[in-house]
Design a protein around this ligand. Structure first.
Ligand code: PEP
Length: 254
C-alpha cells in the first residue's frame, strides 16, 4: 500500500517565536488527536529547520521537509542551501518545482531534474510539484502539459530511484486563491498522472507512488478530496499555518 502524506508548506511565513509555537502545537495535537498511518511533513523556511527538529519526536509520524534545495553539491552559490546540508540536519523531504519557484525564480524542467538528482543522491525524498495555469486550464490542453512536466524532470530516473518520489499535483489557479479543484477534477488528474507513470515504469511503480493534491485544500474540503482513490494526501499551504486547521486536514487523510 502506498504512503499517505500530508505536508505543510509554510512558505515565507512566521518569525522564530511564531514558528516554534506552531510546531509545538502541531506536535501536541498530532500526538493527542490523530490516529492512523498518515505521515506528516512540516516544511518551514529552512532557517527554522534545525530549531524545529528539537520539537519533533525522533522516529514518530512527523518528518521535516525543506521548500527547495540547490542542484549543485557545494560551492560559490551565495544564498543557496544544498541537499547534503539538509540531509546533515535530519531533513527527510524537499519540495521541488513549486509553481512559485518556477514563476519567481525561473526554475526550468531541466534544472528541476538536476535538483531531483541532488535530493535523491543525498537520501531526501522529493515532493515534486506539477500543475497548470488558469490560462492553460481554460484552453483545455492541461493534462498533456502536466504529464510533460513529469516526463521532463523525472523520467530519467530508474524505477528504483522513482520509488523515492512523491508527486504533488497543484493546479496553479487553485494555489492561495480559495478556488479548489473539485474532488472529481483532482481524481481525474491524479488517475491520468498515475497512468502516465504506468506507461513509463509499469503498474507497480505507478501504484506505489503517492500523488498529493495541493491548492486551497483546507479543513472544510480535505475529507472529500482525500476520499478519492488516487489522492493520497495533500500539500497544504495556507491551512498549514494554523495548528487546528492543519490537524483537521491531517485527520481527514484516512
Ligand atoms: C501550496 O502553495 O503548495 C499550496 C497548496 O498553497 P494553498 O494551500 O495556500 O493553496
Amino acid at each position: 500500500m502506498r504512503k499517505r502524506i500530508v505536508a505543510g508548506n509554510w512558505k515565507m511565513n512566521k518569525t522564530y517565536e511564531e514558528a516554534m509555537a506552531l510546531v509545538s502545537e502541531v506536535v501536541n495535537m498530532v500526538k493527542d488527536e490523530v490516529v492512523g498511518e498518515t505521515e506528516v511533513v512540516l516544511c518551514p523556511p529552512s532557517v527554522f529547520l534545525t530549531s524545529l527538529k528539537q520539537y519533533v519526536p525522533a522516529g514518530g509520524r512527523i518528518a521535516l521537509g525543506a521548500q527547495n534545495c540547490h542542484e549543485k553539491a557545494s560551492g560559490a552559490y551565495t544564498g543557496e542551501v544544498s541537499a547534503a546540508m539538509l540531509q546533515s540536519i535530519g531533513v527527510q523531504y524537499v519540495i521541488l518545482g513549486h509553481s512559485e519557484r518556477r514563476q519567481y525564480f525561473n526554475e526550468t524542467t531541466a534544472q528541476l531534474a538536476e535538483k531531483v538528482n541532488a535530493a535523491l543522491a543525498n537520501g531526501l525524498t522529493p515532493i515534486f510539484c506539477c500543475g497548470e495555469s488558469l490560462e492553460m486550464h481554460e484552453r483545455g490542453d492541461y493534462v498533456g502539459f502536466v504529464k510533460e512536466q513529469i516526463t521532463q524532470s523525472l523520467f530519467h530516473l530508474s524505477p528504483e530511484q522513482f520509488a523515492s518520489i512523491v508527486i504533488a499535483y497543484e493546479p496553479i489557479w487553485a494555489i492561495g486563491t480559495g478556488l479548489t479543484a473539485s474532488s472529481q477534477q483532482a481524481q481525474d488528474m491524479h488517475l491520468a498522472l498515475r497512468q502516465h507513470l504506468a506507461s513509463h515504469y509499469g503498474d507497480e511503480v505507478a501504484q506505489n507512488t503517492p500523488i498529493l493534491y495541493g491548492g486551497s485544500a483546507n479543513a472544510q474540503n480535505a475529507a472529500e478530496l482525500f476520499a478519492q482513490p488516487d489522492v493520497d494526501g495533500g500539500l497544504i499551504g495556507g491551512a498549514s499555518l494554523k495548528s487546528r486547521d492543519f490537524t483537521t486536514v491531517i485527520k481527514a487523510n484516512k
